[in-house]
Design a protein around this ligand. Structure first.
Ligand code: 5GP
Length: 205
C-alpha cells in the first residue's frame, strides 16, 4: 500500500481553514493531525479532538524526546505536530492534513520535501478584513493584530506549492480543489522513482 501524503494547509484568519478541512475529512481520504498546544481550550473545544491541551513542561519534554515533527510559538503559546501519530496515519495510506501556520510549514518543507504545501486565502485582503470585522467576536486590537500577521504569512506564499481561494460559502469547492491537487500529486512521477523498473519486473519476482 502507498503511504499517504503529508498535506499542509495554512491560511490567515478568515480564510476558512477549519470549515474547508472539515469538508475534506468527509471524503474519508484524509485524517486531521491533532496538534499539541499549551494554549487554553476555547469554549466548545475538546481535548484530543481539536488539540491535545498540555502544559508547557509537558510540551518541552515531548520536544526534548523528539516527539514533535515541527513546532512553533504563536501569540505566547506553543503548538506542535505529534510525530508518532502523524507517521501512523501516513503508514495507513491516508493523507494527513496539518493545519499549521507558516513557520511550522517551512519546517515541514525542510524536513519532509515530499509534503504538499497549500495556502488557503480569502479572495482578497479587503474581503478578509470584512470577514474579520463581520465576526464581531473580537476586539479591534485583535483584528488589527491578525491583519498584520496576514502580511507576514502571505509574503511566504511563493514557498508554498499551491494557492486555493475561498470565496464566500466556498468551503465545499475549496475542499474539492484540494482533493484534486492531492490526487494529482499522487500521480507525480517524482513520487515513484522506481515505477519504470517496477513495470518490467516479472510478476513473481
Ligand atoms: P489557534 O490558537 O487559533 O487554534 O491557532 C493559532 C495558529 O496556530 C493557527 O494559524 C493554526 O493553524 C496554528 N497551529 C495549530 N496547530 C499548530 C501546530 O501544530 N504547529 C504549528 N506550527 N502551527 C499550528
Amino acid at each position: 500500500m502507498n503511504r499517504g501524503l503529508m498535506v499542509v494547509v495554512s491560511g490567515p484568519a478568515g480564510s476558512g481553514k477549519g470549515t474547508v478541512n472539515a469538508e475534506l475529512l468527509k471524503t474519508g481520504e484524509f485524517v486531521y493531525s491533532v496538534s499539541a498546544t499549551t494554549r487554553a481550550p476555547r469554549p466548545g473545544e475538546v481535548d484530543g479532538v481539536n488539540y491535545h491541551f498540555i502544559t508547557e513542561d509537558e510540551f518541552r519534554a515531548r520536544l526534548d524526546e523528539g516527539g514533535m515533527l515541527e513546532y512553533t510559538q504563536y501569540c505566547g503559546n506553543y503548538y506542535g505536530t505529534p510525530r508518532k501519530e502523524a507517521e501512523e496515519v501516513l503508514d495507513s495510506g491516508k493523507h494527513l492534513i496539518l493545519e499549521i501556520e507558516v513557520d511550522g510549514a517551512m519546517q515541514v518543507k525542510r524536513r519532509y520535501p515530499e509534503a504538499v504545501l497549500i495556502m488557503l486565502l480569502p479572495p482578497s485582503y479587503e474581503v478578509q478584513e470584512q470577514r474579520l470585522r463581520g465576526r464581531a467576536t473580537e476586539t479591534e486590537e485583535k483584528i488589527l493584530a491578525r491583519l498584520e500577521q496576514t502580511k507576514f504569512e502571505v509574503r511566504r506564499l511563493p514557498d508554498y506549492d499551491y494557492v486555493v481561494y475561498n470565496h464566500d460559502g466556498g468551503a465545499v469547492e475549496c475542499a474539492r480543489e484540494i482533493q484534486t491537487i492531492v490526487r494529482a500529486e499522487c500521480h507525480a512521477t517524482k513520487r515513484s522513482p522506481t515505477a519504470a523498473s517496477d513495470y518490467f519486473r516479472k510478476q513473481n519476482d
